[in-house]
Design a binder for this molecule. Structure first.
Ligand code: HEC
Length: 162
């Protein structure tokens, strides 16, 4: 099956459920704003014990509609798998937060992601930009919880665990 990426993208964007509306962060900043004002390398997850919030993270992942492209289990679909060992831009907290909230390539408003100096380190079968979610997801915590869920799935799949 071949679906032109642009159409598929539009379908996913139009399908976003109204339930993605949540209260904003206490200081009124969206995750997008946070990623724009925070110097590169300084975004750190408040959940070092990531397994404790993995379930919440999975709920946030589904609520935001990430599954539309990355699959219900994160194993990929139209877009890259989130649960295999290949990380396109890197696997540190700062990078993953910015991929999710700023989007990548031409779908990052003002090409912000690229201006931070991020470049692809590897590529997966499907190469294309990711839309930005830093305004759809209202709270930083939810982005961190999604990252926590991704990390916990990685651990489960690794023979040696984490
Ligand atoms: C419209 C399709 C689409 C949706 C919806 C989407 N993504 Fe993506 N995502 C992509 C594409 C395409 C890439 C590859 C980006 C690139 O190569 O620049 C990607 C890359 C990523 C990566 C990097 C993966 C790696 O292997 O390094 C992460 C992490 C990610 N997405 C998380 C998410 C999360 C979390 C959500 C929901 C908040 C989400 N994505 C929603 C299309 C999507």
């Amino acid at each position: 099956m071949y679906l032109p990426f642009g159409y598929a993208l539009l379908a996913v964007i139009l399908a976003f459920p109204a339930t993605t509306q949540q209260a904003a962060s206490a200081d009124g900043m969206t995750p997008f704003d946070r990623a724009v004002v925070t110097p590169k390398g300084e975004l750190v997850s408040p959940y070092p014990n990531f397994k404790s919030v993995a379930k919440d993270g999975y709920r946030a992942y589904m609520r935001a509609g990430c599954n539309g492209c990355h699959g219900g289990g994160g194993g990929g679909g139209m877009a890259a798998p989130l649960t295999n060992p290949a990380w396109i831009y890197g696997d540190d907290d700062d990078t993953l937060f910015r991929v999710i909230v700023l989007g990548t390539g031409s779908l990052s408003p003002g090409l912000t992601f690229g201006k931070f100096g991020y470049r692809r380190k590897s590529s997966e079968a499907m190469v294309g930009p990711m839309p930005h979610f830093g305004e759809i997801i209202k709270k930083d915590e939810d982005v961190w919880k999604i990252i926590a869920w991704m990390r916990s799935v990685h651990c489960e799949q690794r023979a040696t665990g984490c």
